[in-house]
Design a protein around this ligand. Structure first.
Ligand SMILES: O=C(O)[C@H]1O[C@H](OP(=O)(O)OP(=O)(O)OC[C@H]2O[C@@H](n3ccc(=O)[nH]c3=O)[C@H](O)[C@@H]2O)[C@H](O)[C@@H](O)[C@@H]1O
Length: 445
């Protein structure tokens, strides 16, 4: 019985057919190195081998650096192109800034669902827990929307994006939001809402073709106005907060780019937008959390014990307004830094036409949460708040076909249902994972 380990096991059964070449090879090896010229050739071969190994290493290093940066690289470009791919006739390719934000995520999904190509952009800053932004990102990823991780102040990155995709539209929703936080971190408002806006407009102006731009202004530009409801033609020169002042500045800046460079611009004054996947810094969201945890909610009250009121607008209505603005936007008219003819410039209120007081909003939450709130009523601090907002939406109605359909009762019910799902999964799993999971469970209609 031949042993498996034994050499004989590998020998062919018919002697003569197989020649053991080991001795011959041995001899050839010796013969080869015995000659000086062949030794020189071997040395040369080793030098070339080492040199090519070293240059290959440096190529791998530099390309991995290139690939691992937040943007850029072959793979990144592929993702951008795939995400921008249009799936309907005469569809748009839209750059959505702030795509991991509340309104940005909803608008991106709505556009993608009807077949437009979307590329998202977001800097994932930590103004509020970025876990929520990452969860919105997963939601968008599951619909094949790629979000570029970057800041609107990054002009090289923007130039690269416009180089890769001929965007027909830009939906600019990236901003430093929040009225009261402006007192804590004023520079973040200048950074995002002014410097970032200018950098983005420069990129749009330089792009060929120039995209049409729709961007988020705010109801806060009406500031301390007393005439209600607020109409687009009303004065907007008495802002009550730095946030409002930067949005007002945005309206002036976009007007300049429209006037000089022929960029088509539509500014949307959003009125206190709320709903599922919303911003945790907003009152309806933080009040819900506090009521559920049995903590007090601080309800501000205006002068002479007057209740504050807001024209709360549900996210689905806002999305319809944004999409209609894109659909009715005319093309930009400039190229090569010059305007060829006057371009469209519009501003619309997107509100709900029916203000609700803050105590009434708390009452609705109590009903949906089936829990009483511990209310602490305090004088409105001088922190940028305005006493009330109320939108006149007739312009948006006429020109965009905008018609809000969700009242606060219904909208908060939908928000509470979403919040319930959130809490259920947070209680059973860790926050990050549960939000990730939620992005698959709860998809906006
Ligand atoms: O419509 C807008 O232009 C703005 O709407 C909201 O700002 P705001 O209306 O102040 O929304 P919340 O922060 O949710 O406040 C809603 C109401 O609750 C009140 N509030 C807020 C916080 C609080 O602790 N207590 C309280 O009574 C506020 O004074 C306000 O009347 C957004 O946060 C802004 O980013 C947006 O631009």
């Amino acid at each position: 019985m031949p042993s498996l380990a034994g050499e004989e096991f590998f020998l062919p059964s018919m002697p003569g057919k197989f020649k053991d070449k080991s001795h011959t090879l041995h001899r050839q090896f010796h013969r080869c190195f015995a000659s000086t010229s062949t030794m020189f050739l071997w040395a040369l071969f080793l030098v070339v081998l080492t040199a090519s190994y070293l240059s290959f290493q440096s190529f791998v290093d530099s390309s991995s650096k290139y690939l691992s940066s937040a943007w850029g690289g072959i793979q990144w470009e592929k993702q951008v192109r795939a995400s921008a791919h249009i799936h309907r006739q005469n569809g748009f390719s839209v750059l959505v800034t702030g795509a991991a934000g509340f309104v940005g995520a909803h608008v991106s999904l709505a556009l993608k669902k009807r077949g437009d190509g979307i590329v998202g952009l977001d800097n994932f800053n930590n103004y509020y827990d970025p876990t929520l932004k990452k969860a919105r990102q997963s939601l968008l990823n599951s619909h094949n929307i790629f979000i570029v991780e970057g800041d609107v102040n990054d002009e090289r990155m923007l130039a690269k994006l416009f180089d890769i995709v001929a965007f027909t539209h830009v939906m600019h929703l990236a901003a430093q939001a929040g009225v009261r936080y402006a007192m804590e971190n004023p520079n973040s408002y200048v950074h995002s809402n002014i410097a970032g806006l200018v950098t983005l407009l420069e990129a749009c102006k330089n792009a060929n073709p120039q995209p049409a731009i729709v961007w988020a202004s705010s109801s806060s530009v009406y500031g301390l106005n007393e005439k209600v409801p607020f109409s687009e033609s009303d004065r907007t020169d008495q802002p009550a907060s730095l946030y409002a002042a930067t949005k007002k500045a945005g309206e002036e800046i976009t007007h300049t780019y429209n006037h000089i460079y022929g960029l088509s611009i539509t500014g949307l004054r959003f009125f206190t937008v709320y709903g599922p996947w919303g911003r945790p810094d907003m009152a309806y969201f933080s009040f819900t959390r506090n009521i559920l945890q049995g903590k007090p909610v601080t309800v501000y009250r205006g002068k002479n014990r007057v209740n504050l009121a807001r024209d709360f607008t549900y996210i689905d209505d806002i999305v319809k307004g944004c999409v209609a603005s894109l659909d009715t936007a005319k093309k930009s008219t400039g190229s090569g830094g010059k305007k060829r003819s006057p371009a469209q410039y519009r501003i619309f209120n997107l509100g709900n036409k029916s203000p609700v007081t803050v105590p009434m909003m708390v009452g609705i939450l109590e009903k949906h949460l089936k829990k009483r709130a511990k209310k602490s009523i305090v004088e409105m601090p001088g922190n940028g708040d305005v006493p009330y907002t109320h939108a006149n939406i007739s312009s948006a109605q006429t020109e965009l076909g905008y018609k809000p359909t969700t009242d606060l009762q219904t909208g908060l019910k939908k928000f509470v249902r979403w919040q319930d799902l959130c809490l259920f999964s947070v209680n059973s799993l860790c926050l990050g994972y549960s939000l990730y999971l939620l992005s698959f469970l709860y998809r906006p209609a």
